[in-house]
Design a protein around this ligand. Sequence first.
Ligand code: F6P
Length: 323
Amino acid sequence: MGKINRIGVLTSGGDAPGMNAAIRAVVRASAYYGITCLGIHRGYNGLINGDIVTMDARSVNGVIARGGTMLYTARCPEFMTEEGIKKAVGTCKYLGIDGIIAIGGDGTFRGARDLANHGISTIGIPATIDNDIASTQYSIGFDTACNTAQDAIDKLRDTMQSHERCSVVEVMGRNAGHLALHVGIACGATAILVPEKELDVEKDIIEKIRQGRINKRSHFIIIVAEGVGSGVEVAEKIKAETGIDARVTTLGHIQRGGSPSATDRVWATRMGEFAVSGLLAGKSNRVVCVVNNELIDVDINEALQMNKDIQGELYQTSKMMAV
Ligand code: F6P
């Protein structure tokens, strides 16, 4: 790979709070190192269509505090074809883009790997509220999503407590239970259903609610990760077996929005700068990862293993607290 003079930055897949902070860091680090930074719109679509703008340090004024992504995001089926990849590579060659920083989740990294295989240097930055990238302990957006869900559930708790009800809350996370587990612990849930662990509904939910009622507990919160399925069945079972009014709330895309937390802003800033430095150091086909609070980079193929289990000890603690 030759010298890096001009790079592009894009966001792709589901958005995550803190993506703007990462874009800002990439743009400002580029300015600092004296290279040109281009903003690519709508993920890999922008690379195929040439929907690209020049960015300078001032184009990212104030975005650190904003949720969403100023570059827009999209999933791009065309980029999954050889023809689409060739068009994107053609755009890079035409515009003199030597490297791409791709911010997103596993789909985004697959795209970055394809570009790297065609001679464009790429570095991925993990940004997904699912926090399901195996090679990193942290993904941008996870902390904010946890806080947003926690805030919503705290509000639900007020009304559940007044009416002595049970709240069954569906949270996002795709096929992973990291968000559900963290939110469940933070909200003092009676039970947390995650796709990674089998739960005995009778013993771990119904019996706990019955016992809770005997102990004069007024309300209950059950968290259901979307990867487990709908909360409706769970709520119906609770109603049928305990007589308690159980209501289902799906938090949905609320969890993806909002001003990023300080934690997300700081990691996004560090990751953005780290990615630019990586490209300048000649790295390619890498993903920036957090391991034991330090930034490292790993091969994209390693990041794509998608075999990140939930933290067993955290899961055990959550069950211990739910009495
Ligand atoms: O990956 C982030 C995420 O919010 C998942 O938790 C969820 O399953 C999915 O994206 C929803 O995607 P969309 O916004 O395309 O419906």
